[in-house]
Ligand binder design. Sequence first.
Ligand SMILES: [Fe+2]
Length: 492
Amino acid sequence: MNLSRRMLLHAGLMSGAALAIAPRVFAEETMPDWHVGYQTAPAAGFGPSPMRLVSGKAPAGLTGTLYRNGPAHFKHGDAYATHWFDGDGMMQRINITDGKAVHTGRYIDTQKRRLEMAADKFLAPGFGTIGDPSYPVGSSDDVNPGNISALMSGGELLALWEAGSAYRLDPVTLETKGLKSWRPDLKGMPFLAHPKRDPDGRVWNLAIAGRRIGIYNINPDGTTKDFGMVDIGASHYIHDWTMTDRKVVILCQPWIQTKNMPPFIDGFVWKPEEGMKYLIADKDDLKKTRWAQGPARAFYHTGAAWEESDGTIRLDAAFYPEPVLGSGGGAAEIRGKFAGEHVSSKLTMVVIPPLKNGVGGDAKMVETNIAGDFPQVDPRRNGLSRKLTAMVTGSVENQPGGSALALQDWSSGKAQIYDFGSKYMVEEHLFIPKPGGTSEKDSWLIGTAINTRAQRSEVWAFDVANIADGPVAVWQADYAWPLGFHGTWAKA
Ligand SMILES: [Fe+2]
């Protein structure tokens, strides 16, 4: 991050703080229509409410449940949250049965939320929040908003954050059942928001706690097979990672923690001179590791990786030239102001050749012109060679977020784009394999978008064989729920 951008972000945060405490002399300004994505959701949540099919025809065979998680509470009294990532988590559930979609949304019932709702104040420190010194912090779960992602494991729905435990939820009612412990000795161990599932159902994930990284190996039935550790040498900011069928690949971006005090992200310094370091560890023996070095990039999300027969590893990710959404991230948008900059990321393929006689093997990059984030792949090909990556892209002037979907075909180097138009904010879309199909194109892409003109949330379904022609079905709710981050699909 250069100095001017850092100053801009800090200035934005400071003026936001000033706004929050300024006396209300004037009537509240009219909010832009996109602000609906950053409004606090009702305390009681939403639904269950039927959604209306407003376009196309529900595809036969598309039966299951889309779960999505994201921050949903941004205001106590006149005070706004100081970072988008610190809002209380709300799980959205969209069940599709017999072509009918039904939406339910419920807050994750956390200690942070209970104490802050009782006080009607923001109290807990967080990713970008200093917090109130009186707030009791005994462990990271005391501040855990459970607001990033969702995982189905062993019949449980889990709400995931990145620096604390997962929360167990009832997959139908969304009632919070408590914190997830993967093994008695792993109680309270962080469980990252980006677990990866092998095609056989085995789940891998990281526990980030400084330079020592824990690696979970979870059986398809949800029991814990193993938990090992690797040392990455420094406390890099790690939100996501990737894997092949045989290797764990940890991308160590040069956004490095130099102090540990709230707000969390202000303890990280961008050190581009260090480049991006890739730790590659054998899934079968985590002691077998190697490093590769590549150009400096910042990132939040990978697509997936695979290993070729000669040992070359390929992985794709949304890479930024410098960190985004650091200090003050989303603070302006929560107040109905657009911070003014669209993402400068590029969907990028990283190629790591094998070592030759123990040397070389450093990472090379193949960049596309697709700016955006939330890359997704066919879950049948996770860790295996594949052609396709879907991603949110597009932008609208003076409006945050994406407005289109891209489907990159790495075999041709070409992308299909579908533009939702200027009255949409488009969210992550997941590959849903069609029953009986085997190729990546035998899939639907399912995701959510906010129709800002109608002020309603929608669920869109595309046929991966041809997304440029538009959706095969769109369901619309009678209301909008807040923008979220990530989700998962549970087939019926
Ligand atoms: Fe994420």
